[in-house]
Ligand binder design. Structure first.
Ligand code: ATP
Ligand code: MG
Length: 207
């Protein structure tokens, strides 16, 4: 089995995530795509709880039988590191080939990843050009990561949509509709839970 993995904060999951997951499944002929919402990421602090972020991913899994989600990173105590997740997945399914799906903005951060060398040994990556990133720069970065870390990666043919979770949160804080940014089930859930309506800073202080 070839298994695509997609890590992220998914605060919230949006149509940009769904589009790159579907494209990767089709273009790379993956058997399944596993979403890995992170628990305590080293670089940012989520606003929605782990349970809420997981629930939104469960909702999008209803839309494509090849989508799956696991709470293994959410359940881990302390900072989440991709290398631990990859090791665990290899242990659970030693014969699976793992392809980690990543936006080009995140690819640039790869050298800062904890034990980047080990990550490169455990998976290959599929990169999606994110609007705002320069194609030549991304290709150069892929070359550099191959040379310096032994990381093999391919670039998917379709670029990502101009959508981000920050854009969704900003729209909600401004009282704007998010129906063009997230799947309908996720928009309904966000409304029911009254998520992201207070400014991000206030939410962080309150926590
Ligand atoms: P935020 O605005 O909070 O940073 P985000 O939209 O970047 O959120 P993340 O959960 O941080 O979402 O992203 C998870 C993964 O999906 C990352 O690898 C990121 O690069 C990728 N990604 C997210 N949105 C897109 C997009 N529109 N096109 C391509 N890649 C994307
Ligand atoms: Mg991001």
């Amino acid at each position: 089995m070839t298994c695509g993995l997609m890590g992220g904060t998914f605060d919230p999951v949006h149509l940009g995530h769904v589009q790159i997951a579907t494209n990767a499944l089709d273009e790379l002929k993956l058997d399944r795509l596993l979403f890995l919402p992170d628990g305590d990421p080293p670089h940012k602090r989520p606003i929605a709880s782990g349970v809420q972020r997981l629930e939104m991913l469960r909702l999008i899994c209803l839309e494509d039988s090849r989508f799956e989600v696991t709470d293994m990173e959410l359940r881990r105590r302390g900072t989440t590191y991709t290398v631990d997740t990859l090791r665990k997945l290899k242990e659970l399914r030693p014969r699976d080939e793992l392809i980690y799906l990543i936006g080009s903005d995140t690819l640039y951060l790869f050298p800062t990843w904890h034990t980047a060398q080990d990550v490169a040994k455990l998976c290959r990556m599929a990169v999606v050009l994110r609007p705002g990133d320069d194609l030549t720069g991304v290709i150069n970065m892929q070359q550099e990561l191959l040379q310096n870390y032994g990381l093999y990666s391919c670039l998917l043919s379709k670029p990502g949509l101009p959508i981000s979770s920050s854009m969704v949160r900003d729209a909600l804080q401004n009282g704007e509709s998010i129906r063009k940014l997230v799947p309908a089930l996720v928009a309904d859930y966000i409304e029911e839970e009254r998520l992201y309506q207070v400014a991000a800073k206030a939410a962080e202080i309150k926590d």
